[in-house]
Ligand binder design. Structure first.
Ligand code: FAD
Length: 550
């Protein structure tokens, strides 16, 4: 068996290692057009900001080391330039020698990844405009900024890589502006969760220009002048631009060979990662997979899925019947002291897919409040109304966000419902969690919602609430909290005085209740409901409302 792998990083290297573990006799050739294999793409932004100082740490394996460990013929600077599917050969061009050669294969695995999408903007090819995909890209940026220790930078695009670049340029002493076309950053999040990220970025001194587009880049002296769709208040002259507006599957090679690709240019594969050709597999950022939650075709470029798919392709080549069952988009990002994590689908996606979904917002401490260092995390959980099945979760907070999101990710994989979330017995001691973990807590709130114990209203319903006297609007926080800021038209009646004041409320009118997080107002709603009132609880409370509108 002779197997050629195109691409020597996440999916490719993972496939090569698994192939060797399963077949000691196979001839395995791994082609990488760049200088490095198996490098830490995900660590590149941190190298720019000097959080990772050792460039060598980015290279997880050398060609020699990989060959010694796995007996794989690793060829760097070797680009696969053409595939002959009927003749089962690959044409290879060596960029150092300039020589072209042809290799035959029994099985071929493509893991060419994705390319940064570079928008067709005037001036974008200026040498001070950078993208981040490879070690040489990161080195180029680091060398460039080394000579400008207190310069200014613009990041075009508020996705993960753009935000990580922004944080690291800031760490390197740069004044940073992020320009994002949408009205919020991190597209897989929903708007209101991203608003919490906006506040944090601004607090860190990053300038955010949302709902704005870059139309041209002009060179003025040694600076770049950015021309925006909606001009910023002051000139936007910067020392460098990082273009990070997304990636597209790098599939010219596959397309030219005649393999089936989707409308978006991703290679079409089945559950075994087999392409439209019976001897060619494809994995990673370049392929179209099914979204685990919706079952719809999608392209979700993430490292975990690429590695897993590499293993699945290797298994199938070696006669094991592994299947790749879909990607659910579990992702996490550190932004200064903030952590933002998500898994499954957003509310926006659920709506687009026509799913009958609902959501709850909860605000939970990272660990027992009485133990030092607890900080709150804001959790949005999206669920299927009829069944309570968990469809997605988004968390913005400080400590413990990663483990909660991983529990949600496991719950989604297992097809769990909200009631099953409440049953999860998660590790508890005061420094780590609360007796009811934030995940259990989200489950309880959904369970109560589905059971009809509470009816929720949301931040986006607040503006349209009747303020003509046909409804009662109550804020059950303590007076000092209320006086620091409240929702328009809401009167203060603190929770602990509610029972004795029930007689003052009109039972014929609906009652809308808010507190800080939605917890005290839930209690208020239970008191009101059991006394014959039609009442509604502001999920996420005034805290979430303020995070969006401040
Ligand atoms: P890659 O790892 O990109 O590897 C493809 C390789 O194929 C490249 O080295 C390329 O040179 C080579 N190649 C392409 N065409 C040819 C050819 N014709 N011949 C030979 N070689 C070829 N994901 C996460 O899940 N979490 C993160 O925190 C995260 N952070 C990231 C940060 C950055 C800056 C970047 C760039 C990506 C990040 N990702 C992250 C995404 C993750 O790195 C990718 O999803 C993953 O590497 C995809 O694996 P792949 O094998 O498909 O492609």
């Amino acid at each position: 068996m002779k197997i050629i792998i195109v691409g020597g990083v996440a999916g490719g290297a993972s496939a090569a290692a698994r192939l060797r573990r399963l077949d000691e006799q196979a001839e395995i050739i791994m082609l990488e057009k760049g200088e490095f294999i198996s490098f830490a793409n995900c660590g590149l932004p941190y190298y720019i900001g000097d959080e990772i100082t050792d460039r060598g740490a980015l290279t997880l394996q050398t060609p020699e080391g990989f060959n010694a460990r796995f007996g794989v013929d690793v060829r760097v600077f070797s680009e696969a330039t053409a595939i002959d599917l009927s003749g089962k050969t690959v044409e290879i061009k060596n960029s150092v020698t300039g020589l072209t050669s042809v290799e035959s294969y029994d099985k071929l695995i493509l893991s060419p990844g994705a390319k940064p999408f570079v928008p067709p903007i005037k001036g974008i090819s200026n040498e001070k405009v950078f993208t981040i995909r490879s070690i040489p890209d990161a080195v180029k940026i680091k060398e460039y900024i080394a000579g400008k220790p207190s310069g200014s930078a613009a990041v075009i695009g508020g996705g993960y890589i753009g935000l990580e670049a922004a944080e690291n340029l800031k760490r390197a002493g740069f004044a940073v502006t992020i320009i994002e076309m949408a009205d919020y950053v991190i597209a897989p999040l929903d708007f209101e969760m991203a608003c919490q990220v906006h506040t944090s970025l601004r607090k860190q001194g990053i300038r955010l220009l949302l709902s704005n587009g870059l139309t041209a880049i002009e060179e003025t002296g040694d600076k770049l002048r950015l021309i925006l769709e909606k001009p910023a208040a002051d000139d936007l002259d910067v020392d460098l631009v990082i273009a990070s507006v997304g990636v597209k599957p790098d599939t010219e090679l596959a397309k030219n060979a005649g393999l089936s690709v989707s409308a978006g240019g991703a290679i079409i594969v089945d559950e075994t990662m087999l392409t439209s050709d019976k001897d060619v597999y494809a994995v990673g950022d370049a392929v179209e997979i099914s979204d685990f939650v919706t079952g719809k075709s999608s392209n979700i470029p993430l490292a975990g899925p690429a590695n897993k798919q590499g293993r699945v392709a290797a298994d199938n080549i070696c006669g094991l019947s592994s299947k790749y069952t879909g990607t659910q988009g579990s992702a996490i990002i550190k932004l200064f002291d903030l952590t933002v994590a998500m898994t499954g689908i957003s509310e926006t996606t659920a709506k687009k897919q026509g799913l009958d979904a609902d959501k709850v917002y909860t605000l939970s401490p990272s660990h027992a409040k009485y133990y030092p260092g607890a900080r709150e995390m804001s959790v949005k959980t999206i669920f299927e109304k009829a069944t309570g099945r968990i469809l997605g979760a988004q968390i913005v907070g400080f400590g413990g966000v990663d483990k909660r999101c991983d529990v949600f990710a496991s719950a989604i994989r297992a097809g769990m419902t909200a009631s099953e979330l409440t049953e999860l017995e998660l590790c508890y001691a005061p420094p780590f969690s609360s007796a009811k973990d934030p995940v259990n807590f989200a489950g309880y709130v959904i369970e109560n919602t589905i059971a009809g114990l509470v009816k929720n209203f949301h931040w986006h319903d607040v503006a349209a609430l009747p303020r003509d006297g046909s409804a009662t609007l109550i804020d059950v926080r303590d007076p000092d909290e209320y006086h620091r800021g409240s929702l328009e038209g809401f009167v203060n009646l603190k929770l602990d005085s509610l029972r004795e004041n029930l007689g003052r409320l009109d039972k014929t009118k609906p009652v809308y209740v808010n507190c800080r997080s939605g917890q005290r107002s839930y209690l208020a709603c239970r008191i009101l409901a059991q006394n014959g009132f039609d009442c509604y609880n502001l999920s996420g409370g005034y805290w979430l409302y303020k995070a969006i509108y401040s």
